[in-house]
Write a protein that binds this ligand. Structure first.
Ligand code: FNR
Length: 398
């Protein structure tokens, strides 16, 4: 029999909800970094509304159905995924955990989920792709997608788009809800500086061994760990040419089609009108998103606008939804109202701070288990069976 050693610290029980993972992350991260991740814009109204919106919907269970073998698998653009939950692009993941984007990519491969890398990553897009390609052909891996903010002068985005395509990214996620940066009150109070050795790896000018010149992946993996700049870099996400306020539908979509063969996914669509325009101008998918409440604080929550958008889209292109997903039941509700896939933003960062790639995997597993339990309790076996027939709002005659 093993005698417990009283000197050794009792092992903390594994977190069983996303909220518990967040509580650990809040203790682990500095106040400045935690607030950069956790905050919304202005009065933080939408940040809360994105989450509380789900409480206004009930799931009504059907009984006496065979739910002994619930299946959460889905497909997106022909790629097989273990769950309808993917990873939203979020900037500067190495601030959450040393492995940063590499750890997030590892978790995506391990759990076989949809994954989008932010252009504002602290690891180069080529090094992140190496996580997938190093698996070899025999292991089925999910597609990786790449997110960009277009520049005021569109031609300045060409190089980055081409780099992503050459590296093997399957879709280009173009974030369109950021003509100017939202009023991030906390960020303005704490100016966030990237520590030494960390940089916006896709955007900054590189040394002679530039990321534009392909080098073997093993060397590339080492590159990010090296100190590139002595000076501390103050990240002014709102500054310079990172955001374009002069775009239009025709100009943007014809530019994108002309420059890449990747799928084009528009992120930040919040109305049926814009969803119809997205289809008209040839987008391959849309992301119903309000940037996790970091842009227009008075916008509706994403779950509130989803049904009308899905009605307008009529299944012609896939719909992804993000914002406020914290429980498996939230995923169920979003799918019931017409989403093909949901993304999680902040929960991934909490997982990363908690335990690197394993922590991100833990978050995905928590949500996946909650989703399958919700499906069983509601009486559905497959994702394709989930529909608005399983939803209700509070009975007004009650
Ligand atoms: C983001 N988001 C984001 N979106 C994007 O298109 N490019 C980016 O670089 C970032 N960066 C980013 C950083 C941080 C810290 C957060 C919290 C969010 C928005 C993100 O993709 C997603 O829309 C939201 O995070 C979804 O909401 P939840 O899941 O965080 O509630």
């Amino acid at each position: 029999m093993e005698i417990p050693n009283p000197a050794s610290k009792p092992r903390q029980p594994d977190p069983i909800t996303v909220a518990e993972v967040e509580a650990i992350a809040a203790k682990t991260l500095s106040k400045q970094i935690y607030e950069f991740y956790a905050s919304g814009s202005d009065e933080q109204k939408l940040l809360k509304r994105n989450m509380s919106g789900y409480d206004r919907l009930y799931i009504v269970p059907r009984v006496l159905r065979d739910v002994s073998d619930v299946d959460t698998r889905v497909e997106m653009f022909g790629s097989k995924l273990n769950m309808p939950i993917g990873i939203a692009p979020s900037a500067m993941q190495r601030l959450a955990g040393r492995g940063g984007e590499i750890d997030v990519a590892r978790a995506a491969v391990h759990e076989r989920v949809n994954f989008t890398l932010s252009s504002q990553s602290t690891t180069s897009l080529e090094n992140v792709m190496a996580v997938k390609t190093s698996q070899g052909d025999s292991t089925p891996t999910p597609d990786f997608w790449f997110q960009i903010y277009l520049t005021q002068d569109l031609d300045k985005s060409v190089d980055l788009i081409k780099r992503a395509e050459v590296a093997g990214y399957k879709a280009l996620v173009v974030t369109v809800d950021t003509p100017v940066l939202g009023n991030r009150v906390n960020e303005r109070k704490n100016v966030l500086a990237l520590p030494r050795g960390m940089r916006l790896a896709n955007l900054e000018e590189d040394d002679a061994d530039s990321a534009k010149t392909p080098t073997p992946t093993r060397n590339r993996l080492l590159m990010d760990a090296r100190t590139k700049h002595d000076a501390r870099l103050v990240v002014e996400l709102g500054g310079g040419e990172m955001h374009a306020s002069n775009l239009s539908w025709a100009k943007t979509l014809s530019f994108l089609r002309g420059v890449t063969t990747m799928k084009i996914v528009l992120k930040g669509v919040m109305t049926p009108q814009d969803a119809r325009l997205a289809i008209l101008y040839g987008a391959d998918a849309i992301v119903v998103s309000n940037h996790g409440g970091r842009q227009l604080d008075d916008a509706p929550s994403t779950i509130e606008v989803l049904a009308d958008i899905a009605h307008a889209v009529r299944g012609r292109i896939p719909i992804i939804l993000d914002g406020g997903i914290r429980r498996g039941a939230d995923v169920f509700k979003a799918i019931a109202l017409g989403a093909d896939l949901v993304w999680i933003g902040r929960p991934v960062l909490w997982g990363l701070a908690y335990d690197g790639d394993k922590g991100v995997g833990a978050v995905l597993n928590i949500l996946e288990r909650e989703l399958s339990r919700t499906m069983a309790l509601a009486g559905v076996r497959e994702i394709s069976e989930i529909s608005s027939a399983y939803l209700a709002v509070a009975n007004p005659t009650f």
